[in-house]
Design a protein around this ligand. Structure first.
Ligand code: SME
Length: 160
């Protein structure tokens, strides 16, 4: 397994994703442990993009529970009908939020968070088992490029 990421010197996110995704693919292909892989994915995304907060919330019984993440401490439990994470889980689709103050029910784990994108992760049967939540301290920081590329990363996760 590669011990370090090799990243292009650019601010162009598409170029960075194009370099990063094959590296994440080979990282997770060599490791069967789910939590180890989620931890490395959050670290890789933080290192590549410097996102304010990036992490997973895992479905556990009837709620979403905080999993591996990078960034400030965060809410530990989110109901399925709460927040952007709950909405992405329930709708089973990616949700881009340019301004969290305009999203009804947004959960402010940290007041510095201004925009976010949340991507569902599916198991082989098509059920959502977790969500990948990426938050920015800038308004309108995410585009369809992030949504599409983060969905590719979600698709690399061998889920239970
Ligand atoms: N933004 C999320 C809550 C989790 S934190 O931001 C880490 C939401 O409203 O679902």
């Amino acid at each position: 397994m590669a011990e370090t990421l090799t990243l292009p010197q650019t601010q162009n996110r598409q170029v960075i994703y194009d370099s990063l995704i094959p590296q994440i693919a080979s990282l997770v292909a060599g490791e069967p442990d789910l939590i180890a892989n989620l931890a490395n994915i959050t670290a890789a995304l933080k290192e590549a993009f410097g996102f304010f907060w990036v992490g997973f919330y895992l479905r556990k019984e009837n709620q979403l529970v905080l999993g591996p993440f990078q960034g400030p401490i965060a809410c530990t439990r989110i109901a399925f009908d709460k927040g952007v994470c709950g909405a992405a889980y329930t709708r089973q689709e990616t949700i881009l939020v340019p301004d969290v103050d305009q999203f009804p029910g947004h959960i402010a784990c940290n007041s510095a968070s201004k925009s976010e994108v949340v991507v569902p992760v599916f198991d082989r049967d098509g059920n959502v088992t977790m969500v990948l939540d990426v938050d920015s301290d800038q308004l309108n920081d995410f585009s369809e490029i992030d949504a599409k590329e983060l969905e590719k990363i979600a698709g690399l996760i061998m889920t239970f």
